[in-house]
Write a protein that binds this ligand. Structure first.
Ligand SMILES: Nc1ncnc2c1ncn2[C@@H]1O[C@H](COP(=O)(O)OP(=O)(O)OP(=O)(O)O)[C@@H](O)[C@H]1O
Ligand code: SF4
Ligand SMILES: [Mg+2]
Length: 312
């Protein structure tokens, strides 16, 4: 953030509609080189939609995405040029890796897709498998030989084979045994640091994101509710939704954020969180709160943000 370099990825008032349903509405955030942006929110809040847009798998209905100061363009060659610079790791490694392909084919697939297969490709795959903790893996073996953690290591090697600048992780450990989750998180963090990657990390695990993220974006029903430095937002949340998500609402009034469930219908006018908010006032039902500053580099979309909530 030196004021000269643009962010690696930027969402500028990005909306995504499916018919009349707004999966995302005017979402804005930026991901910087060497920093981890945590994207949190309950099920259906639009996290994966953000990831799909960042990968160019979907186009915004309105607004624009930027990669290093260049707008996304959707002609095949231009999109391919952006995708070449982005690695991704999804939730389910069993789903993400073709059981018919060997490790060499899986990890080398982006090299082939981008015309980068050369005499050193095999050596590069070998080194990467080494780096992700599979030094003894045979290039000719198949995914069936590996457990969930091993498969996710293979997926990480594939994500990095083109030396991306941005790594997108969509709940990369939620389908893994608890015993291997920490290993995979630590591996991702090491790789992020040693390569200076910009990273978007989607998770339901709030204590984890508080520990690893630099910046935090809290989504509710496709809208940004609060965003700012992760430690500040997680330790002193100001938006009632963030407070609820962190389990810190006032006793008896706390709207169960039902992490893992779906939010109810969102009102067409006013604050989207109003039907579940214990602080709602008449104004909240008619006017949509914009993102307003609540601290340095920190904003909340609420007319009545809390200032005293102190998390442990
Ligand atoms: N292709 C589609 N057509 C219609 N609705 C869609 C489509 N893709 C996503 N949605 C809807 O958009 C909303 C956001 O979905 P998304 O997958 O981004 O949520 P999420 O935050 O990733 O949830 P989860 O935590 O369960 O993974 C959901 O209500 C979903 O049903
Ligand atoms: S704007 Fe009103 S309804 Fe919305 S979160 Fe703030 S207090 Fe609650
Ligand atoms: Mg998702």
């Amino acid at each position: 953030m030196n004021g000269l370099e643009p962010p690696i990825l930027r969402f500028e008032r990005v909306s995504r509609r499916y018919g009349r349903f707004a999966a995302l509405e005017e979402v804005e955030f930026a991901v910087w080189k060497g920093r981890i942006l945590g994207l949190v929110g309950e099920s259906g809040s639009g996290k994966t939609t953000c990831i799909r847009l960042a990968l160019g798998l979907e186009r915004p209905s309105a607004g624009r995405l930027w990669f290093r100061g260049e707008p996304y363009r959707y002609r095949p060659q231009e999109l391919k040029a952006i995708r070449r610079r982005i690695g991704f790791v999804f939730q389910d490694p069993y789903d993400a890796l073709d059981p018919q392909m060997t490790l060499e084919e899986i990890v080398g697939e982006p090299l082939r897709a981008h015309g980068c297969w050369d005499a050193r490709a095999r050596e590069r795959i070998r080194q990467l498998l080494d780096r992700v903790g599979l030094p003894d893996a045979s290039l000719k073996s198949y995914p069936a030989h590996y457990s969930g953690g091993g498969l996710q290591r293979i997926a990480i090697a594939r994500a990095l084979v083109l030396d991306p600048e941005l790594l997108l992780c969509d709940e990369p450990t939620s389908n893994l045994d608890v015993s291997v989750q920490a290993q995979i998180i630590n591996l991702l963090l090491e790789l992020q640091r040693e390569r200076g990657l910009a990273m978007v990390f989607v998770t339901h695990d709030l204590p984890l994101i508080r520990r690893i993220a630099d910046d935090l974006v809290v989504l509710y029903a496709g809208r940004v509710m609060e965003r700012g430095p992760a430690e500040a937002v997680a330790s002193r949340p100001t938006h009632p939704y963030t407070i609820a998500l962190l389990g810190a609402g006032p006793e008896g009034k706390r709207p169960n954020p039902r992490v893992g469930g779906e939010a109810g219908p969102v009102p067409v006018a006013g604050c989207p969180f109003a039907p579940r908010c214990w602080k709602a006032q008449p104004r909240c039902g008619v006017e949509r709160p914009p993102l307003l500053p609540v601290g340095p580099g920190w904003e909340a979309a609420c007319f009545f943000p809390e200032t005293q909530t102190q998390m442990q």
